[in-house]
Design a protein around this ligand. Structure first.
Ligand code: PEP
Ligand code: MN
Length: 370
C-alpha cells in the first residue's frame, strides 16, 4: 500500500507527526519513505510493506497528512505509476534535469580508445554547446579475445578532458560492482570535474547482484538497458531492483531486441514501446539507435537509418538518446560500423530537435477537446 502525502508537507508539522505515529502503530507493517524533489513540489510517499490486507484504505486516507492512498501491485513498487498519471517523475543530476518531460542527447564513443579521440569528441560537443556524452571504459564483449575496454586506466584522462570541455554527465557502462569504486576514486582524484551515469548493459539486465550493488549507491544515477532476450516485465523488474535497494534515479533504455526478424538491422527496433514504458513507470525513457540499427546504412531519402529511428523514438516522447559517434569510425575498436562521424553531429542534433518540437506539438493536438 502506498500513502501519498500532501505535496511539500513539513516533517515538523503536527499533521505529519500525527500521521507518522498512526502509521508506525500499524501491526506487522514496515514503513519505507521516499521523497521526490520535483521541479515545483516535494512529494513524500510512504510505502506500507507487509500484511496490508488487514489495513483499510479509508483509515489511512483519513490521516491528516495523507492526500491519497493506493493499493499497489507487487510489480514496480517504486518506479511504477501505480495508477497515478500525475505523479512527479525524474531527478536532477549535476545540473541536468532528467524526467519524462525533458530530452537529453548523449552522443559519444562506444569505447574509449585514445585520449586524442576523446578530446576530438568532446571538442565537437562543446562547439555545439552540448554537455552530455557517452564514454565506454568497461566493455562487455561476446568474444573473450575482443578488446575489453581500457578500464580504469583511461578514467583520469576521460574525466580531465570532460572538465576541460564542460561535459556535465558521462554515461559509462560498468560490468562489475568494483568498477563503481574505480570510477568514484578517479573522479575524486580529478576533483569531480564531471558527473557519471552508470550504465547497466543489456547482457547484465539479469545480473541481480550487480543491480543490487548499483542500487545501493546513491551518488550516481543509473541507465539500465532492456534485456535483449527477456520480457519487458523482466526488464522493468531489473530497473525496480535498483530502486528497491535505494536508488530510484533510474532511466530505462530501449536498444532493440535480438531476433533474426530484425535483420538487416542488428536488433529489432523497439522504440514503439517508448509510450508504454512511460505509462507503466515514472522512469525517463532512453533510446539507443546505434545498438538497435547497428550500421550506417542510408535510406533512399538520404537519411541514415540511425537518424530515422532516432526521430521515430523522439517524436514519441523519448527522453534521452544514447548514440555512438567516432572521429574515425573505421578505426574504432568497438562497433565502428554503427558510429556516426563528427561532421554529422550538427545535423543529427538538429534533426533530434525537430522531432522533439514536433512531439510537443503533437501533445498539444491531442490535449485539445475534440
Ligand atoms: C553499449 O551501449 O555500448 C552496449 C554495449 O550496449 P548494449 O548493452 O545495449 O549492447
Ligand atoms: Mn557498443
Amino acid at each position: 500500500m502506498l500513502a501519498i502525502l500532501r505535496p511539500d508537507i513539513d516533517e515538523d508539522s503536527p499533521e505529519y507527526k500525527r500521521t507518522w505515529e498512526a502509521l508506525q502503530n500499524l501491526p506487522g507493517i514496515e514503513l519505507n519513505v521516499r521523497t521526490i524533489q520535483g521541479e515545483e513540489h516535494k512529494l513524500t510517499e510512504v510505502y506500507l510493506l507487509g500484511n496490508t490486507q488487514a489495513v483499510e484504505l479509508d483509515q489511512i486516507a483519513a490521516l491528516p497528512a495523507v492526500q491519497r492512498v493506493v493499493r499497489i501491485s507487487q510489480a514496480y513498487r517504486v518506479l511504477g505509476r501505480q495508477g497515478d498519471q500525475q505523479a512527479e517523475t525524474g531527478f536532477s543530476y549535476n545540473g541536468i534535469e532528467f524526467s519524462q518531460d525533458t530530452l537529453n542527447v548523449f552522443p559519444g564513443l562506444c569505447a574509449v580508445d585514445t585520449p586524442e579521440n576523446v578530446e576530438l569528441m568532446m571538442k565537437s560537443l562543446q562547439a555545439l554547446g552540448h554537455t552530455t556524452t557517452r564514454m565506454g571504459a568497461y566493455k562487455p564483449r561476446t568474444n573473450p579475445y575482443s578488446f575489453q575496454g581500457h578500464g580504469k586506466d583511461c578514467l583520469p584522462y576521460v574525466f580531465e578532458l570532460a572538465g576541460q570541455y564542460g561535459i556535465k554527465v558521462i554515461a559509462m557502462e560498468i560490468t562489475h560492482d568494483s568498477q563503481i569504486e574505480e570510477i568514484d576514486t578517479a573522479l575524486e582524484q580529478a576533483g569531480r570535474p564531471t558527473g557519471v551515469m552508470l550504465q547497466i548493459g543489456t547482457r547484465n539486465s539479469q545480473n541481480f547482484e550487480l543491480l543490487k550493488a548499483v542500487g545501493r549507491q546513491q551518488t550516481y544515477p543509473v541507465l539500465v538497458k532492456r534485456g535483449f532476450g527477456i520480457t519487458l516485465n523482466d526488464s522493468l523488474n531489473a530497473a525496480e531492483y535498483l530502486a528497491s535497494e535505494g536508488n530510484a534515479n533510474v532511466i530505462f533504455c530501449l536498444r532493440g531486441m535480438r531476433t533474426d526478424f530484425g535483420a538487416p538491422h542488428r536488433n529489432m527496433v523497439d522504440f514503439g514501446h517508448v509510450p508504454i514504458i512511460k505509462r507503466l513507470t515514472r522512469m525517463p525513457v532512453c533510446i539507443d539507435p546505434s545498438h538497435s540499427v547497428g550500421d550506417r546504412a542510408v535510406a533512399p531519402d538520404g537519411i541514415l537509418d540511425i537518424a530515422h529511428v532516432t526521430a521515430q523514438g523522439v517524436i514519441s516522447g523519448a527522453n534521452m538518446v544514447l548514440v555512438d559517434f567516432h572521429p574515425q569510425p573505421v578505426e574504432a575498436l568497438v562497433d565502428g560500423p554503427q558510429a556516426l562521424r563528427l561532421e554529422e553531429l550538427p545535423r543529427y542534433l538538429k534533426d533530434v530537435d525537430l522531432a522533439w518540437d514536433t512531439y510537443q506539438q503533437r501533445r498539444k493536438i491531442w490535449a485539445t477537446e475534440a
